[in-house]
Write a protein that binds this ligand. Structure first.
Ligand code: EPU
Length: 335
């Protein structure tokens, strides 16, 4: 059933109070199909957990909220267990299902806000793991035909916070489920310094999947704001990748710049470091600002407008460009 003039405040993790002219939820593929066939001429906006959007205005498109639920093991062996989750599941619930079953592969991605469907859309990643590392396949409904199509990892064309669904095929598909390749014998990845440090604080010497998940949850809770308390969408910007030559010039002026090698010719720079050193960390403009513990995260303390947060992001980008000569790119989708 389509509702009119619905507030999207509870449906985006920034907590921005904009209205959808028309709004409906679907909890079965058949329901989705009939909504699509009854509204063929409407512009659509498919919403999952709302964890990666900045809503700067009321939405005139028909908003369809994905509430497809269900998680199941579809194939199990000693080395590989395939687990299928419907796209409307909460991502962290999926991680907890895997951890409780002793299935490794996504424990480093604990507590990332958002839905299962959004995870492949932008190849979510944290603490040395990305979705693409454990991806098996996904099912997506092609809006123009109403048919379900299966995509493997190559067809998703994953990149750093990127996939074909965010770019070349934007708006063409509704992701309905994702299957991951997990394992009861997976290798734990504690290469990210903060995880090692937390495990040693926990006095853990032979970490289990659950220990790594607990460590990640602790790190995120201390460094990142909980969207239930302070509106935010995680990293607002991507970490920029620059050429080695540009990096050498940058380093001569800013010897401490936080960076990670990407390949022989490219270096990833910590955008949080750039923004922090430019003096923005903790800056508050009334009801919104830059988070006090992580400069990459913009926050809404309540009652802010998306367009003000957008303007803040523009000011930060201009300032970073002026100081370091680096163009930041937003990770969130601006609507
Ligand atoms: N840093 C600062 N000041 C800050 C923030 C960071 O100096 O305010 C420095 C840190 O000291 C560190 C470096 O920058 O040397 C990197 O910081 P951090 O480990 O917090 O990670 P990040 O690069 O800022 C990325 C992801 C996060 C992910 C973490 C952990 C992006 C855009 N962000 O952040 O992902 O959780 O690594 O793997 O790639 C997200 O995408 O929403 C997200 C939260």
């Amino acid at each position: 059933m389509i509702q009119e003039n619905v507030s999207l405040k509870a449906h985006n993790t920034f907590g921005l109070d904009v209205k959808a002219k028309r709004f409906a939820t679907f909890n079965s593929i058949n329901e989705l199909k009939s909504l699509l066939s009854e509204n063929q001429s409407s512009e659509l906006f498919i919403l999952g957990g709302g964890s990666n959007v900045l809503l700067t205005q009321d939405v005139s498109a028909l908003v369809l909220k994905n509430e497809l639920r269900g998680i199941e093991i579809t194939s199990d062996s000693d080395d590989v267990t395939l687990v299928k989750a419907m796209a409307g599941e909460v991502w962290h619930d999926f991680v907890m299902f895997a951890v409780e079953q002793g299935l490794g592969g996504i424990e480093n991605l604990s507590l990332i806000p958002g839905s299962v469907g959004a995870a492949p859309m932008q190849n979510i990643g944290a603490y040395g793991t990305e979705i693409k590392d454990v991806f098996h396949s996904l099912e997506a409904l092609k809006i123009s035909t109403g048919e379900i199509e299966v995509f493997n990892a190559d067809q998703c064309n994953f990149g750093y916070r990127e996939s074909v669904f965010k770019r070349a095929m934007k708006g063409e598909y509704v992701i309905v489920s994702m299957t991951l390749r997990l394992s009861r014998n997976s290798k734990i990845n504690t290469s990210y310094g903060a995880i090692e440090a937390r495990l040693s604080e926990m006095n853990v010497t032979a970490p289990t999947i659950k220990d790594v998940s607990d460590a990640v949850i602790h790190i995120r809770q201390t460094k990142l704001p909980d969207p239930k308390e302070i509106g935010n969408s995680g990293s607002f910007f991507k970490n920029p990748v620059i050429s080695k030559k540009q990096f050498e010039e940058l380093k001569s002026k800013f010897p401490d710049v936080a960076n990670y090698p990407v390949d022989e010719d490219h270096i990833k720079i910590a955008a949080g470091w750039l923004i922090d050193q430019a003096g923005w960390k903790g800056k508050t403009l009334g009801t919104y600002g830059v988070h006090k513990n992580q400069a990459l995260v913009l926050v809404n303390y309540g009652g802010s407008q998306g367009k003000d947060i957008y303007q803040l992001s523009e000011d930060i980008m201009a300032n970073v460009k002026e100081i370091y000569g680096i163009e930041l790119e937003r990770e969130v989708n601006v609507i």
